[in-house]
Design a protein around this ligand. Sequence first.
Ligand code: ACO
Length: 335
Amino acid sequence: MEGIKLNQIGVSFKGSGSYVPDQILTNQKISQKVDTSDEWIKSRTGIAERRISSSGDNVTEMGYKAAKTAISMANWDIETIDLIILATSTPHDLFGSAPSIQAKLGANNAVAFDLTAACSGFLFALITASQFLKGGSFKRALVIGADQLSSFVDWNDRRSCILFGDGAGALAIEAISEFDNFIGFDMQTDGERGSFLNLPSKNKMDSIIDNVNFLSGGFSPIQMNGQEVYKFAVREVPLILDKLFRKTNISSDEIDWLVLHQANQRILDSVGERLKISRKKILSNLENYGNTSAATIPLMMDEAIRNNKIKQNDIIATSGFGAGLSWGAALIKWG
Ligand code: ACO
């Protein structure tokens, strides 16, 4: 299928990059901390190991390294980057980490900001950046997904600590007038169901002086109702992708690759079955990295691009989903 021919501005995908910390936490090692087993984790999630940040591997550093390799693939002059969006729920600086990445890159002409939507964050950031490009405001954008959930996991809670890992990924996208490889998107949130997955404020009152109190900063570890999150994902992700296929007049047969947020292999398999997409087309690397939140989609795409799985002009259906609750989907063509 040809990219949509246009008189207006479209989006072209120029580069990808990723980074994961060196430190590996296997299922066997996690079993030394909580009452679990390699067999239980693999059969329920598909995860075998995950990467854990140690000092120096914070979100700014990981995001910077992923961004640098994406820029190098795109062959961009750093000065020509207009926009940097960092999707993260775990910034190194709560005031925003994207400007630090901008400074480390030396991208002096870019505006950089953070965007938070948990595991949907990368997809929401990609959609946001593409709208800036299509609207004519900016020409070159870096979209980064990076998270360090290891800092916010309760390492005594076996129901959640087995799932998460740290990492970063990035895509370099560009405005172009000849075609549009950002075929379509959809996004949704439902705060009513938000309590299924939270990384909440500690909600601890402290006092400044007598009779003047304040809510002290800091967060409680991740709280998750795994079964409800699972049910949400296997219901909503096929629905939003199916709606997008109809809206764009593209059938699921025409998809070359399905790149879902890497939360659980059973979720990936179930979504594929519901959409009748062959297993061969469903990309998965969660065995090695677990759920890296905003990083999973670009981390997966970068691996598949570098392994020559995703090739120029391949059609990719992608979907992110998670806390909020939030979920979204996009149809893109690589190149
Ligand atoms: N090891 C051994 N046993 C365990 C473990 C573990 N790590 N975790 C739970 N169990 C036990 C439970 O205690 C329970 O035992 P019980 O029956 O004696 O009470 C039993 O296993 C079954 O527990 P369930 O919670 O029903 O297990 P389930 O099959 O639902 O699997 C899981 C749990 C893997 C968490 C699954 O629900 C899931 O993947 N949900 C989606 C979670 C997710 O993807 N979250 C991230 C979303 S993205 C984001 O925004 C961050």
